[in-house]
Design a protein around this ligand. Structure first.
Ligand SMILES: *[C@@H]1O[C@H](CO)[C@@H](O)[C@H](O)[C@H]1NC(C)=O
Length: 332
């Protein structure tokens, strides 16, 4: 076989295989996907995080309400902010949890759309490559999970960032937990490449709205609070590139913090199942627009000139709404 291939071709092939297996960090550019807006130029989607518990802890109730609201808003897709499968991700592509916590839970017609998923820290405690595998996409075509990637819909561009490898504690003080770092090591190189890629992709973007999605919090009053590593390493890049929304999970709550030193809105949608931690830190009331310690999800509706968000509880009731508008692009 090898003799039939020219040497550079063979090296390419080997590299492609290793990349597929997650044994080398993803190459210098983030993969791009397209999700065109509707004919009228609008776009809407739901965001849920921290969910996979085989329907327990109100996961099924949240899913049912997502189905109803998803129908009402005629959603184009769903975003998962990670911690897709508890407690320890998937054991492999044949783990029944994929069916029991995803396929058989989010069954409503309106949720039969593309799901764009990132990994949470709990997902890294299983076979991390399973969730990234194209085999899952064959089992359920809605599933798309990558570490970091870009979704372009014309008016809005989404930058999905793999945040788990930023947090020192999973490396320095993992306790009993075992993390699957295949594809991440050497960590320093992985993080610096990722930050560079996100920075340049944001800089090159001409989208009206820039939305960054990750699992970990940047600003949060919840149980985990701020993620210091992201505050120092990722936040300056978001600020320098006029990002509109940072959407995350990790804290099992629904939360909206309006930054007072930049236009960024910090939106936590981590109420997909187990919630009610009961520990909330003090936060400047001028910035804290909304905090709810229970289950639920978020919707986002986007047009060329406006973004509207809403948070819903387990009964589908709107608990908080917020919107912002921008002037149409001027011709220059
Ligand atoms: C389910 O939701 C209801 C309503 O918010 C809440 O009272 C109840 O504690 C939740 N159950 C669990 C297990 O979290």
């Amino acid at each position: 076989m090898a003799t039939l291939l020219k040497k550079p071709m063979l090296l390419c092939l080997i590299f492609a295989v290793l990349l597929q297996m997650g044994l080398v960090p993803a190459a210098a550019e983030l993969r791009r996907f397209e999700q065109p807006a509707k004919a009228d130029g609008s776009l809407s989607f739901l965001v849920v995080g921290d969910w996979g518990r085989r329907g327990r802890y109100n996961q099924s109730d949240v899913a049912a309400q997502m189905g109803i609201i998803g129908e009402k808003l005629d959603i184009d897709f769903v975003i998962s902010t990670g911690d897709n499968f508890y407690d320890n991700g998937l054991t492999g592509v044949d783990d029944p949890a994929f069916d029991e916590s995803f396929a058989k839970i989010y069954t409503a017609t309106s949720l039969q759309k593309q799901w764009y998923n990132v990994l949470g820290n709990h997902d890294y405690r299983g076979d991390v490559l399973a969730q990234l595998s194209s085999i899952l996409r064959k089992i359920d075509s809605r599933w798309l999970c990558l570490r970091s990637f870009i979704l372009d819909s014309g008016i809005a561009e989404f930058f999905f960032v793999d945040t788990t490898p930023f947090a020192d504690k999973y490396f320095d003080d993992p306790g009993e937990d075992v993390y699957d770092w295949r594809g991440v090591l050497p960590r320093k190189k992985y993080l610096s490449t990722l930050l560079k890629d996100v920075d340049s992709a944001l800089r090159d973007s001409s989208a009206k709205w820039k939305i960054v999605v990750g699992h970990h919090t940047i600003q949060s009053a919840g149980h985990h609070g701020n993620t210091d590593e992201l505050v120092t390493q990722l936040l300056p890049i978001l600020q320098a590139n006029s990002v509109d929304l940072y959407i995350n999970g990790h804290d099992h709550c629904l939360e909206h913090i309006s930054s007072s030193d930049s236009p960024i809105q910090f939106l936590t949608s981590g109420g997909g199942s187990k919630a009610w931690r009961g520990d909330v830190k003090w936060w400047n009331p001028k910035e804290m627009k909304f905090y709810y310690d229970g289950q639920g999800f978020m919707s986002v509706q986007i047009t060329e000139t406006e973004v509207d968000i809403a948070f819903y509880d387990v009964f589908g009731s709107v608990m908080h709404k917020w919107g912002v508008s921008k002037q149409p692009h001027s011709a220059f």
